[in-house]
Design a protein around this ligand. Sequence first.
Ligand code: COA
Length: 308
Amino acid sequence: MRGAHITGWGSALPDKIVTNDDLALAMDTSDAWIRDRTGIQERRVGGTTAGLATEAAREALERAGCAPESIDLLILATTTPDQHVPATSAVVQHKLGLRCGAFDLNAACSGFAYALVTAHALIQGGGLDRILVIGCDTLSRITDWTDRGTAILFADGGGAVVLEATEHDAILGWDLGADGAAAKILECDIGGYLTMDGKEVFRRAVRAVVSSAENAMKVAGVTASDIDWFIPHQANIRIMHSAADKVGIPHDRVVNVLSYTGNNSAGTIPLGLATAANDGRIKPGDLLLLSGFGAGMTWASVVLRWQP
Ligand code: COA
């Protein structure tokens, strides 16, 4: 049966580091409070979505050994396009010298997992051979840097993978979901800033990740003890660990880049994936569980075998 696997990966973070102490100079907060309540020590801020997405994608293409003209489709998961028109994916497509179709996908912080599932389906049933999937956001541009309720969390960055056709499908199970009734708990009007009911987002995020992860594992025919690495959306270490506890995955199997990246929305999962693949934590044959949640609310999980 025709399937797909990841053959290349890359990531991009802006150079500028904003520490918790930097934030404490501008608002009533402290390094200790932010570390304790979120697990974030510093975050990266700056750049454009197109610029960071292009950088991450170049690295992924190079690692996969793919020429730009061999890519059949580009999907850019982002909730912070650089402009209303055109889609940021069109700009990235041109910067990379691709000759294929390109579209943006907005499922907020679940975007990368949504895009991976979409790309898999287009390879499996749509006849495409090679799809570039990017998750990238520049949340700093829609963050009110005087609001301690949100500014401590959000940041910029992204990651990318090349998904290629194979006879041995590596995508073993997935789950996608949304509940628009909760749209108001995390939102940003056009031209405005993110507003959030932090406690409600926290509560729903843990529930969504747990049930979505369990659904995807069930489809894949695996259990938590089979998972080598859990790569959840990086929003708050307490959400990540609480979800891992409920799913039954030990904390030392949870990939954490949040402490130095902050929450860059659709960028966090591919960033975590690329980081853990590059530093040798993820090994060929490992079983990975990716789980995202975010505004909408949306949630999405993918169980995949690492067989680059
Ligand atoms: N620095 C210092 N104190 C702060 C603070 C800050 N940045 N933000 C809030 N506080 C204060 C509050 O005013 C409150 O004080 P009080 O007890 O005197 O009223 C106290 O700290 C506790 O606030 P609370 O809002 O209950 O904190 P919390 O433990 O819920 O943590 C979040 C707040 C935002 C860190 C947490 O709710 C969270 O991470 N939620 C999920 C957000 C998220 O993941 N969003 C992205 C989804 S993709």
